[in-house]
Design a protein around this ligand. Sequence first.
Ligand SMILES: [Fe+2]
Ligand SMILES: [Fe+2]
Length: 377
Amino acid sequence: MRDEWEMTFVDSGAAALKFMEYNNVHVVISDMRMPGMNGAELLGTVMQFYPHTIRLVLSGHSDQDLILKCVGSTHQYLSKPCDPETLRKTIARALALESNLKSQRIQTLITRMECLPSVPKLYTEIMEKMNDPEVIIEDVGKIVARDIGMTTQMLKMVNSAYFGLRREISNPAEAVAYLGLDTIKSLILGIHTFSEFESPATRGFSMSALWNHSLGVAIFAKLLTQQLTRNFKMMDEAFVAGLLHDAGKAALAYNFPDQYREISQQTQGNTFALLSAETQAFSVNHADVGGYLLGLWGLPTPVVEAIGLHHHPSLSLNEEFTPLTAVHVANALTHAEATTTPVVDVDYLKHIHCADDIEIWQRDFNEHSAALKQQSL
Ligand SMILES: [Fe+2]
Ligand SMILES: [Fe+2]
């Protein structure tokens, strides 16, 4: 990459800080165990003095205790051994996100945040397993079952009215068989993300209400995508983007509890008011924050776009139906049920030649939510 990037390699944390005194550095990649200053100390200092610098850490299994110390000062963990391609992509993605229009403002905010969730290990393990051509459902079920907390939460979700299954699912392998590997994988990602942001400090901000809303949006976004495209990949992207579309709210509520509680109470569920209050307080809104965070995780671009633009879909350069369309519409219709805002962006739908479909979608949505209510009685 030496034709594209300027790279400097140093042999200690102290040398890295010395270098940064005189040079503008976009990305720092640190090992965890180093002589003198360890990775947690180095990244903590970098965060304090160079908050705009993206901080990545390479860590091995034996580093668990040290990793805990740098929660908050690290943007992404890469586990060792890390192949060059993964490293290259992670850096490229971080730099691309950095050039995003609002990114300077988001980065300033992100660097003030203490908790940035990392990709759950379980998710990475399942992804790896799925690359194995001989994988069978039981294998994946076994991986999930090892995490008891996750299994309990996942089964609760799967057996909720949202999925409308006719029988009780009692173990992860069964859940995978009934709902498919992609859905389970996405649920794991969603459950993990929201549980990372759960804390006594976020009292007054209902995480479970947000999670229920997100699950509803995810399921309807997937249904819409299925009806329009029958494209499995896109259906999965719509589902995961729906689950995580408001993760930025959870991140803001966790990191700035008092400020965010005040904002949510003042705006009383009015999305337009919420978006402008967020922008006033943090210079960016929850969609920007969510898109940015999940972009750092390396979720597919359509997912990141759907999360980042779910309130402003016309900013997308795409001119056809995408997961963004599905999440925008599902979110607007779901919110419209509870309050008067937000509305579907009709100009955007015209632009992507879907304006005629909105009546059908509304009808489908009404049927879908009536069925849900019926089941939960
Ligand atoms: Fe939102
Ligand atoms: Fe929402």
